[in-house]
Design a protein around this ligand. Sequence first.
Ligand code: AKG
Ligand code: FE2
Length: 248
Amino acid sequence: MDFLSKNFLYRTLPFDVFVRRAAEVKHTEYFISEDEKYYLRSLGEDPRKDIADIRKQFPSLAEDIQIPEYFEKEQFFSSVFRISSAGLQLWTHYDIMDNFLIQIVGKKRVVLYSPRDAPYLYLAGTKSEVLNVDNPDMEKYPLFRKARRHECSLEAGDVLFIPALWFHNVISEEFGVGVNVFWKHLPSECYDKTDTYGNKDPMAASRAVQILDRALKTLEELPEEYRDFYARRMVLRIQEKAYSTNYE
Ligand SMILES: O=C(O)CCC(=O)C(=O)O
Ligand SMILES: [Fe+2]
């Protein structure tokens, strides 16, 4: 799926039809083409307000899934049912909560990048513009070669821990069924209450970015030479005051 060219559509199907189509490679009935791919990312009852929880939207499956007890009940955020056709690739993105990606059926390849590699990933919001992580356009994305790739292969029964802010790019190598569980590892007041997907930046981060945008606007009042001088001093100040010394 390419979020830049928007080569995907949202469609509604009865669940059994959806699963049948996602599991077949060539379709006799289809929306666009006989080899189109399908992806389900479950949502809450009211997608704008409610949070996906497989135990609520798919109660008959609830028993089948045991959520690993690595966090307190109050920290639970969502459990998202995910079904995908073979060959479907989901763009590189980060989520802001800790996450267990539980593979139930099929093989999946996950490529991860550390949050420290953000400068090399050409971000648009929470997503990376580098869609083809295996054969990227190096002229367009020259810094991408600096990003260090961590790759893993998930099979039925495997659970991958994806820490908050770690970028991930997922390819379903076979028809796949999975569930992922997001949980809040920061105090709950840090999170944006309107976030139903687990990918809105924590409140303090969005506020800081807004303030930075105002500071940048203010710098525009200065002539170029001064703007450059003070902008560089601000970068130094950010590095000195806000960078962690606690990283490898
Ligand atoms: O496995 C997938 O289809 C996507 C997983 C994902 O993005 C997540 O668990 O946050
Ligand atoms: Fe994700």
